[in-house]
Ligand binder design. Structure first.
Ligand code: FAD
Ligand code: SF4
Length: 552
């Protein structure tokens, strides 16, 4: 018979990996249940694979929709694990199924949130304030920076705080042109902030600029949960890993406290159970809400599944003639942008309330299947044979793209709930999504589109797509498409309006915690994962202290 563990953690992505690291280091006996298989970038990644090493040349597969060499096993649909959408709803849900979850191929854009991001209602009356402030989070952001490693530059910006940064890599040619265009159009452009090592940190080697982060780094130089958090947790001897373990429910005793979790061993199909004194959910915001709803726990407030948000997004690409036929030069770098544009406008001067940041891309990369698909769009004579090759050489590296990523305000029409009619392959009821963008978000995306077009113009280029119309929502991405779902188990001081207290602890089940994006009270004009990591660290430090004090 299995022992009773001190802690059972469900999910091994950003939140679950940090929980495993913190709690094993604090001396707890931890069992980590992960629905997907084992995965380790050093052994399993395709960082140095050439396209011609595969007959598919890197084309996508059903379990690798971002390309065969991409590190993530999962996608917009997962075999045997459906979800549904309410009539009229467009919502996309990306799920990873592997050790480390989405951290295996995420963009590593690691933006610390600022003081205003925790108190938006106090500023513009919309949404809700968090029950904690930036000052509560700052030590945990600093510690996350030191533990994992992040590059960036200290800029003394009021709502994009400085961090404990490694030196940023130099901008590449196309990024210098983007910076010039930003300077001309009044857009702030600074070194990006990515959790990739430009110097060795905690025994991990510095990046060698192969640019293939999405495939998994074989030198462990970028952040993934298995390489940076779970591996050191395993070395403590305190971690039991159960992979291919699909958790069905959190179980509870007569006293209302959690007793452990029930799960399906996917390799045998058998129903199993592990007992634990504390349960930590980190299955991703929507999956943790699903677990709570299916368990009938921690939802007296009725907020579980509500307040679901995603980041807003839209993209514009442009052809920049100055970059065509360029002299071959070294464009190596990290697998992501070297510069970015944090939000730079005062919303009081605009017709929408919240901001966005800009993620530029371009340059020359290792060609793989489908690369430069746009060559036909602006070289009308592109055909085949030598002429086509010449067109590709002419155009290679001559396009840039801008992606806007902005803040959505929670609304009553965007939430998930249990679909009463549909179950997955193990008979577990699935989620049904409801979604609606408000005018706030559409106006913000219109601003993105206009900004990106003026930047392309300032670079002397032409956009590769027409300005989307109001009927097209100005090109706003579908709900869920930016893969930053948050808010479904939100924290607060009042148990009537929140599922968790300010320590991400269930108001109702004292030994139950959530450490993914569920506890977030709002989005920000920044991506969420650095805050998921820092918040999980803070929560687990609290759990360890409470356990030591005998309060848990
Ligand atoms: C392509 C891509 C790019 C991204 N880029 C960025 C970026 O640049 N910056 C940023 O901040 N964020 C980015 N994100 C988002 C980021 O990946 C997520 O915010 C982060 O991984 C969330 O961590 P998590 O622990 O909540 O969930 P996940 O990383 O999704 O991990 C959840 C884990 O739980 C497991 N699980 C789920 N249900 C169960 C169950 N019932 N039983 C057992 N296990 C279960 C899953 O298999 C998975 O391994 C990106 C995401 C994608 C897909
Ligand atoms: S660019 Fe750097 S961090 Fe990314 S995979 Fe290559 S070596 Fe690793």
């Amino acid at each position: 018979m299995r022992p009773t563990y001190d802690v059972a953690i469900v999910g091994s992505g950003a939140g679950g990996g940090m929980a495993a690291y913190m709690l094993t280091k604090a001396g707890a006996n931890v069992v980590l249940l992960e629905a997907g298989p084992m995965w380790n970038a050093i052994a399993d990644g395709a960082m140095l694979t050439w396209p011609y090493d595969s007959p598919r040349r890197g084309a996508s597969t059903p379990t690798h929709p971002f390309g065969e060499f991409d590190a993530c096993i999962g996608g917009w649909s997962v075999d045997g694990e459906p979800y549904t959408t309410a009539p009229g709803t467009e919502f996309m849900w990306w799920r990873a199924r592997m050790l480390g979850g989405r951290t295996n191929h995420w963009g590593r854009i690691s933006l610390r949130w600022g003081p205003d991001d925790f108190r938006r209602k106090s500023i513009d009356g919309l949404g809700d304030d968090w029950p904690i402030t930036y000052d509560d989070m700052k030590p945990w952001y600093d510690e996350t920076d030191r533990l994992i490693g992040i590059f960036g530059s200290n800029e003394n910006l009021p709502n994009d705080p400085d961090g404990v940064f490694l030196p940023p890599p130099k901008p590449r040619c196309f990024e210098l042109l983007i910076k010039q265009a930003c300077d001309r159009t009044g857009v702030r452009c600074i070194p990006s902030r990515l959790s990739i090592l430009t110097k060795p940190v905690n025994g991990r080697a510095a990046c060698h600029y192969c640019g293939q982060c999405g495939r998994g780094c074989k030198t462990n130089s970028n952040f993934s949960s298995p390489g940076v958090l779970i591996e050191p947790a395993q070395r403590t001897g305190k971690l039991t890993l159960l992979t291919n373990a699909m958790v069905r429910e959190v179980t509870a005793g007569q006293n209302g406290l959690a007793t452990g979790v029930s799960y399906i061993d996917k390799s045998t199909g058998a129903d199993e159970h592990v007992r634990a004194r504390i349960v930590v959910l980190a299955a991703s915001a929507c999956e943790s809400a699903r677990l709570l709803l299916n368990s009938g726990l921690s939802n007296a407030s009725g907020v579980v599944g509500k307040y679901l948000t995603d980041t807003t997004g839209t993209d514009v690409s442009g052809y920049i003639p100055r970059l065509a036929d360029h002299i071959t030069h070294n464009e190596d770098g990290v697998g992501g942008m070297h510069v970015y544009m944090p939000w730079w406008v005062d919303n009081k001067t605009l017709d929408f309330p919240r901001g966005y940041h800009v993620e530029p891309s371009g340059g020359v990369h290792l060609p793989q299947y489908g690369f430069m698909g746009e060559v036909m769009r602006h070289v009308p004579h592109a055909a085949y044979g030598k002429a086509l090759k010449a067109d590709y050489r002419h155009m290679y590296g001559a396009t840039v793209s801008f992606s806007g990523r902005g803040e959505m305000i929670p609304n009553a029409d965007s939430y998930c709930e249990i679909d009463p009619h549909v179950v997955d392959r193990w008979g577990i009821p699935v989620l049904r999504f409801h979604w609606k963008w408000a005018d706030y978000e559409k106006k913000q995306v219109k601003h993105m589109q206009e900004t990106f077009r003026s930047l392309i113009d300032a670079m002397g280029g032409q956009p590769l797509s027409p300005m989307p119309t109001a009927q097209e929502g100005y090109g706003i991405a579908a709900g869920g498409e930016i893969i930053h779902e948050l808010g479904t188990t939100r924290m607060g001081r009042d148990p009537a309006t929140s599922a968790l207290n300010p320590w991400c602890q269930s108001h109702e089940v004292k030994n139950l915690f959530v450490v993914d994006g569920g506890p977030f009270v709002s989005q920000a004009d920044k991506n969420p994962t650095w805050t998921i990591l820092a918040l999980a660290m803070r929560t687990c430090n609290y759990i360890a202290n409470q356990q030591k004090a005998g309060a848990l």
